[in-house]
Design a protein around this ligand. Structure first.
Ligand SMILES: NC(=O)c1ccc[n+]([C@@H]2O[C@H](COP(=O)([O-])OP(=O)(O)OC[C@H]3O[C@@H](n4cnc5c(N)ncnc54)[C@H](O)[C@@H]3O)[C@@H](O)[C@H]2O)c1
Ligand SMILES: O=c1ccn([C@@H]2O[C@H](COP(=O)(O)OP(=O)(O)O[C@H]3O[C@H](CO)[C@@H](O)[C@H](O)[C@H]3O)[C@@H](O)[C@H]2O)c(=O)[nH]1
Length: 329
């Protein structure tokens, strides 16, 4: 199939482009490189452009005739979204509407959307299934939930079929070592600890040890980037074979605490990391773990890299490459 990957130069999108190409699909990547990297797009057609630019979208659809769209482009930092809700709603909502308008105009009606566990807010229970109420705590989570509502309405009105994938914590890197996480600034736990292990960062701060969890630190569901991308391929198959619009929670199903991640990094890297105990970060729920049974049964998806050490091992391999590159510069 010809697949347009919007945000394909970013962390998750770049792994997706690689997997689509490896699976024999034709890929067009559209990215404004606001946080992505041109050299992370390993093949296919690359168009540098912004979702705010409707003429650019028109041109992409006219020239490349995509049959389905995967949409990864958005702003992604929870804390920043609280301080700058205007830019979050504009990029994550208004610009997504531009993309959907263009898809309708060109009669392209298969869409896979990067949603997030942040649509749930503080959970009533874990693991979190799709029936759990949606009470996002910040503009980032609300912007994603708004698009989920839009997509449900488009399904009824326009026969527009979509799959919303609520990722829990995307982690790890390409097992072949070609790609990995390169956010700037980096805010995610695993790459931050790895940077402390490689010496690119002095220490890592643990945000709270007084949570109601066995070791007092927060528990998250880290899902390997390859498993995450495999779920998108499964969603594409699902839509291609006539599947109705739906939404799925995507995680490993097992939670790991911040302390367990610290231990895994030190074991895998063989280096010790300087840890500073800090206060809780505002808005962090104690425990976020996915119930991904629906994705397993309906999309026929099965995660492979569910072991924390493997996730960390792949990310460590990438961190060594990055720290080497930085040292040479
Ligand atoms: N990383 C996670 O743990 C996680 C968890 C849940 C959901 N998500 C969602 O997954 C998606 C991808 O996340 P990521 O970690 O790869 O982020 P990322 O910042 O690495 O990638 C986003 C990409 O979109 C591009 N982009 C942003 N705005 C654009 C615009 N207006 N026009 C064109 N390109 C634009 C950026 O340049 C970047 O390449 C996001 O939608 C995010 O909300 C990520
Ligand atoms: O320097 C740090 C960074 C993080 N943490 C903790 O580590 C855990 C994971 O944090 P982080 O990697 O920032 O991820 P989350 O805050 O869980 O958010 C991620 O996962 C969400 C879904 O669960 C997505 O919506 C977000 O986009 C994505 O950033 C949390 O308990 C944090 O408090 C620390 O202790 N120290």
């Amino acid at each position: 199939m010809r697949v347009l990957v919007v945000g394909g130069a970013g962390y998750i999108g770049s792994h997706m482009v690689k997997m689509l190409l490896d699976s024999g699909h034709d890929v067009i990547t559209l990215d404004n490189l606001s946080s992505g990297h041109r050299d992370a797009v390993l093949g296919g057609v690359f168009v540098e452009g912004d979702l705010a630019d409707i003429n650019c979208l028109d041109k992409v659809f006219t020239e490349h005739h995509p049959e389905a769209v995967m949409h990864f482009a958005s702003f992604i930092q929870v804390g920043e979204s609280v301080r700058k809700p205007d830019i979050y709603y504009r990029n994550n909502v208004t610009n997504t509407l531009n993309l959907l308008d263009t898809m309708l105009k060109f009669d392209v009606k298969k869409f896979i959307f990067s949603s997030t566990a942040a649509v749930f807010g503080e959970p009533d229970y874990v693991p979190i299934d799709e029936a759990h109420p949606n009470r996002p705590l910040n503009p980032y989570g609300r912007s994603k939930l708004m698009i989920e509502h839009v997509l449900a309405d488009y399904a009824k009105a326009f026969d527009f079929r979509s799959v919303c994938l609520r990722y829990f914590n995307a982690a790890g890197a390409d097992p072949e070592g070609q790609l990995g996480e390169r956010h700037d600034p980096e805010t995610h736990l695993i790459p931050l600890i790895l940077q402390a292990a490689s010496g690119r960062r002095e220490n890592i701060q643990v945000f709270g040890r007084d949570y109601d969890t066995p070791d007092g630190t927060c528990i998250r569901d880290y899902i390997h980037i390859v498993d995450l991308c495999a779920a998108h391929l499964a969603a594409l198959d699902y839509l291609e074979s006539g599947g109705e619009s739906d939404r799925f929670n995507l995680g490993n199903g097992s939670g790991f605490s911040v302390q367990e991640v610290l231990d895994a990094v030190q074991k895998v890297s063989g280096r010790s990391v300087k840890v500073i105990d800090g206060p809780r970060r505002e808005g962090d729920p104690a425990r976020l773990v996915a119930d991904a049974k629906r994705a397993r049964s309906i999309l026929n998806w099965k995660p492979i890299f569910t072991d924390l050490e493997t996730i960390v091992q792949h990310a460590w391999q990438w961190e060594l490459k990055c720290s080497d590159r930085v040292a040479k510069e």
